[in-house]
Design a protein around this ligand. Sequence first.
Ligand code: FE2
Length: 246
Amino acid sequence: MHPILTNFLDKWVYPTGFTGPGVDFRMRQTERCLPLWDKLVLQAIKAAENDLQSGSDEYKAARARGGYAAEGPFMSLKQMSTQILSVGINEQPKYIDLQRMRARQIWDEVKHGQLHAYVLLRGGFIEREEELMDDPRANTQPKLSYFGMTAMFPHIHPLARAGQHYYNESMACLGIASTLSVIKDDLIRHQLHSQSAEELMHFMEGKYQIDAYALTPENQKPIEEVFDFLLRPWAPEPSRALGGAA
Ligand SMILES: [Fe+2]
């Protein structure tokens, strides 16, 4: 196992303030995630090394356009508001802490989009952010994943999102750490460092949701189904923002 993953597991995955069926369920899902998390680290490192060997700065723009497509204001507002709607009004007293974390994530993701825009602006790839509205590369996210299936969230269980937070947001954390281990460019490092704390918070929300709330088979089932969906062969590919092709 790569030390970047070992470090993440020791710091964030295994320590928990909870005991009981939620933690037991999360540990079973964690076992399923481990090989793909490890593969992601290796892929992200390889992608960063390939970028450095490309002999051009275009990789910085490609990463930033991919990040803007996945986390820019348009995608973020759409996706994060539907997360909030997955908790019905009658369930809000029970899940109000999840609602607050999701409200915070709207801000986080829009900020991440802005960080990618800054790379494009300060790197001299565009003169105004508005130019990105005319560029499909900054507005499409071809990755087939639960993360992109925005409109589904109002229709499913309030805890289902925990699977996405636990699996995809951990990949964001691991992808950022892996990329930072290779790329020394100031623009890229500023963007990644400015984003990484929030990605960790989103992962920790997934961890908290599972440990604290996924206590019965009925509440575990919708989360497990998300893991079933995400743990497909396409899943470990890094996002375009972190060097992946999609
Ligand atoms: Fe983000």
